[in-house]
Write a protein that binds this ligand. Structure first.
Ligand code: VG1
Ligand code: CO
Length: 542
């Protein structure tokens, strides 16, 4: 029986950079998840009888919200829901499933790189029919609806068995429990030269992949160990756990420390990688050689033609504004356009759909291509492996040759976490007030050439997104960017992105911290970070 239950709005359901993310206990309030899901459905038109894809990264609440979403989809008139077995679907696999099944859209249950468990984070994201995150005009409509919602529809029924593959009925709707891995693994096999990678591994190339007890475990085991022949145990922390084994599934140098230490050790394997909670990020570390995500994007773009899926070359490259300019130099040399977008994968969708860009990336360890409409951690790992198999070189050598050819963009991001919201807002407001007066002045970083608040006009539909981050450019090409995170669930996080370019004839072998030191001081001078936040140093440097 379909029930129509009355409800009242929650005033905190504005989707952020990537969906709605809150503490689990916030989601556990009566009607909270239901309100948001109904607001999503109310914002869509024409889904009656159509297919919805549903799955998540396996974190705490995943299975409960899957049941709610199934019963609400049935009550709202979807014809079919495809659910990853056990409720599991990585974000890129969900994107692929939406595209390959011709679905109307999908709900991805994840708070991505945020920790999971009863006291940690949960999230819901809606993806549209191209497989990508809903664009801003859709998320704005959803948010508006959350503020006026007064009822939701849900089917009264027993829970669906989501652990047994096959079809069943839920009211008028079909539920299909599908293998979350196979279709995605086939897609990877169609893009990359698995034969060459398999041969490289058989010849003794060693690798280590840390799935961080999150969603990529089953995908990495199938692809790296089963299809590519890496020894079992190559994938560590391979079972998705509701609390990620108390780890923070963020593949950076702080949270993937174990992998980092292994890669810097005496008996380090040739190649190390990790992904995040929902499988869309990647960390790449060669033997004794860390790769910054911005450099990884540039190297992948410069060498993508070595993989069968990209043999015809790239149509364009897109990067988020805070991502370093390393990829720009590759685009220039390839003679293809470079697009600079606001932070968040939703801004790449139109460029990919229009065939304007083939490869996209963000400094936050996200890289991907037009094979899906999300960033894709395992895809990046496989493209690196394919490139190494063809070039017969290790990560360090590939990086060194890249810098020798293009110069090096020294780069770091400093995150100041857990700032009181009003203090973070005051810091940004003070910075914005200063912008007009900055050009022509000098500080520890050098002479400032320009300063603005980044605004983006989408070249395909002319939609405009403003206030996407304050950027300060120096005469020598160095750059600082300041913005507040849109994915946190507690207080505010200030992100400061620092970049300095050194040409191929300059010193390419500095330690990043040394190369950036004057700019780090300059960021402090311009934004008075310690004055506003009381923090003398960042919580995390990536
Ligand atoms: C962060 C990153 C951004 C990324 C987003 C979602 O956003 O900076 O580049 O797209 O997370 O990634 P913010 O607003 O906190 O800076 V994921 O892997 O958490 O979906
Ligand atoms: Co993620």
């Amino acid at each position: 029986m379909i029930k129509c239950l009355s409800t009242t709005p929650f005033n905190d359901q504005k989707p952020g950079t990537s969906g709605l993310r809150k503490k689990v206990r916030v989601f556990q309030q009566p009607h909270y998840a239901e309100n948001f899901i109904q607001s999503v459905f109310d914002s869509l038109e024409g889904f009656e009888g159509k297919t919805l894809v549903l799955g998540g990264d396996g974190r705490f609440l995943n299975r409960d919200v899957i049941q709610i979403a199934l019963k609400m989809a049935a009550a709202n008139g979807f014809g079919r829901v495809l659910v990853g077995k056990g409720g599991i679907l990585s974000t890129p696999a969900a994107s692929h499933l939406i595209r390959s099944s011709g679905a109307f859209g999908g709900l991805v249950l994840s708070a991505s790189h945020n920790p999971g468990g009863p006291d940690e984070d949960f999230g819901i994201k809606y993806n549209v029919s191209n497989g990508g995150p809903a664009p801003e005009k859709v998320t704005d409509t959803i948010h508006a609806r959350t503020l006026s919602i007064d009822s939701y529809r849900i089917l009264e029924a027993a829970d669906v068995d989501i652990d047994t593959p096959g079809m069943s009925r839920l009211g008028e709707m079909t539920v299909e429990i599908v293998d979350p891995v196979a279709g995605y693994a086939d897609l990877m096999e169609s893009l990359f030269d698995f034969g060459a990678i398999r041969a490289m591994i058989a010849e003794g190339f060693t690798l280590s992949f840390d799935a961080m007890s999150a969603v990529t475990g089953p995908y990495a085991v199938e692809i790296l160990e089963k299809r590519l022949g890496a020894p079992s145990g190559t994938v560590r922390n391979a079972t998705p756990l509701p609390d990620f084994g108390h780890h923070h599934p963020d593949p950076n140098l702080v949270h993937a420390r174990e992998l980092y230490d292994r890669m810097m050790g005496e008996d380090a394997p040739d190649f190390g990688a990790a992904s995040d909670g929902d499988g869309d990020r990647n960390l790449i570390i060669g033997r004794h050689s860390y790769v910054t995500p911005s450099d990884s994007l540039a190297v992948l773009a410069a060498n993508a033609h070595l993989a069968p899926g990209y043999a015809l070359g790239l149509k364009g490259i897109a990067r988020s504004m805070p991502t370093s300019g390393a990829a720009d130099r590759v685009a220039q040399r390839l003679g293809i356009p470079l697009y600079e977008t606001p932070t968040g994968w939703k801004f790449f969708g139109n460029l990919l759909d229009a065939g304007m860009a083939t490869i996209c990336g963000e400094e936050s360890a996200g890289t991907g291509s037009d094979h899906v409409r999300e960033k894709d951690g395992i895809w990046a790992v496989l493209l690196w492996l394919n490139i190494m198999a063809v070039r017969r070189q290790g990560v360090a050598q590939i990086l060194a040759e890249h810098w020798a050819a293009y110069g090096r963009n020294y780069y770091a991001r400093h995150d100041y976490e857990g700032i009181a919201d009003d203090k973070a807002d005051a810091l940004m407001a003070a910075l914005r007030d200063k912008l007009a007066a900055l050009p022509g002045t000098a500080n520890s970083g050098g002479k400032i050439k320009s300063a603005d608040d980044f605004a983006y006009t989408d070249p395909t539909d002319r939609s405009v997104s403003r206030n996407q981050g304050v950027r300060i450019l120096f005469e020598d090409g160095s750059r600082m960017v300041f913005r507040l995170s849109g994915t946190g669930t507690e207080g505010a996080t200030l992100r400061v992105y620092i970049e300095r370019y050194v040409g191929s004839d300059g010193d390419l072998g500095m330690a990043t911290a040394d190369a950036l030191e004057p700019l780090v001081r300059a960021a402090q001078e311009v934004a008075d970070i310690s004055g506003f936040t009381g923090m003398e140093r960042p919580s995390v440097i990536t």
